[in-house]
Design a protein around this ligand. Structure first.
Ligand SMILES: [Zn+2]
Length: 380
């Protein structure tokens, strides 16, 4: 009897074991795959159901989490697969939103690497910006201005207030950050920044249609330019700039290039007078292309000089004086401040005669950068 029962068990037990193994075969292989790949069983199932077994070869936490959290969108499988996982709240939701707008995995990785998560909603509430993935990596990118960069990049702000507005111009990532940093997405004279006397006394101070000098500001050590290099004896510059200008004129003279200061320091009151005269003569819109409003002129700094040629007229593009200056002025600390084709940046017409003193080191850097001083300051 006992013997018969043992025999019976010997048959039934292996049968049960085989049945269990058979019935759970799929689960066991899933379990083994999960252990070896790192993916959750749920993810392995999704891969198998969607012919995505190639994803198993490399573990990706973003993809795994998207599936575990039931937030994965089959359209974005490849995005999850290449997005580096971040341990932040609602990470998968943010990835889904960014992917829905149109950002690819590279963009999304750049966004999480460069943008504080609290600012990501700014990106999400705007439409897709094809330049964003690139410009957020620039070291002069300023996260505070994120919304402005997106608007500028998406052509919502187009310098359209400027008479130098260039239609249909495309901007690259560097332009976008530079121009917004330089406030070019805002109207001229909208910045309301008045420089303190301390700031205004620095050789590298930027004065343009966004940065204004106090009406009372007078530079500290105005010095007359040597009379042989000046139209009259009221040509003043800050001492350092005057010395550099004299030296430049003297060296130019050795090469038969005659340079003279036609207009250097101009007080606030004097700028006011000539600006109003220009308006009377040419009308406001025209006058604004070549004359600064009082308080917005570099001439009030005592660091700008309008240079005359040997005929006592302001240097022109075709003059030998222009060719000499354009290659040599930076060696004395001067840069051409309002270059040709940069009118939409400087807000002034091309002025081949107007030079700004910055000191040799800075002038050389600006010169080598090929940028206007407005752009240079927006980057460095
Ligand atoms: Zn000038």
């Amino acid at each position: 009897m006992l013997k018969k029962r043992k025999k019976y068990l010997l048959i039934i037990i292996p049968f049960i074991i085989v049945s269990i193994i058979y019935l759970n075969y799929n689960n066991i292989t899933l379990y083994l795959k999960s252990i070896t790949t790192g993916y959750n069983i749920k993810a392995i199932k999704v891969f198998e159901e969607n012919n995505l077994e190639n994803k198993i070869n490399r573990y990706c936490e973003t993809l795994d989490e998207a599936i575990i959290q039931n937030k994965y969108n089959p359209k974005f499988i490849n995005i999850y697969y290449y997005v580096n996982y971040q341990d932040i709240d609602n990470f998968i939701d943010l990835v889904n939103k960014l992917a829905t707008i149109g950002y690819n995995a590279n963009d999304i990785n750049a966004i999480f690497a460069n943008i504080n998560p609290k600012n990501i909603p700014i990106i999400i509430k705007n439409s897709y910006d094809k330049n964003l993935g690139e410009y957020i990596k620039l070291d002069y990118f300023d996260e505070e201005k994120l919304n402005r960069y997106i608007n500028f990049s998406n052509n919502k702000e187009k310098l359209s207030y400027s008479i130098f507005y260039v239609q249909n111009k495309t901007y690259n990532a560097k332009d976008i950050v530079t121009f917004v940093n330089a406030n070019l997405d805002k109207e001229y004279y909208s910045n309301d920044i008045i420089l303190t006397d301390e700031e205004s006394n620095k050789i590298n101070v930027l004065v343009n249609k966004y940065y204004q000098l106090e009406s009372t500001f007078v530079p500290k050590d105005l010095t007359p330019i040597e009379s042989i290099y000046a139209r009259n004896d009221s040509q003043l510059l800050q001492k350092e700039a005057a010395t550099a200008f004299n030296q430049m004129c003297s060296d130019a003279k050795l090469e038969n290039i005659k340079l003279y200061s036609g207009s250097a320091y101009r007080s606030y009151e004097y700028q006011s007078k000539i600006y109003n005269e220009y308006i009377k003569k040419d009308g406001l819109a025209q006058a604004e292309t070549y004359s600064a409003r009082p308080g917005y002129s570099e001439h009030q700094l005592g660091l700008a000089v309008d240079i005359m040629n040997s005929n006592w007229s302001y240097v022109n593009k075709d003059d030998i004086e222009y060719s000499w200056l354009i290659t040599n002025a930076h060696k004395y600390g001067f840069i051409l401040r309002y270059p040709e084709n940069k009118e939409y940046i400087t807000g002034y017409m091309f002025e081949p005669w107007h030079y700004r003193y910055l000191g040799i080191e800075l002038a050389t850097k600006v010169y080598n950068s090929g940028l206007t001083y407005d752009e240079y300051k927006a980057r460095y």
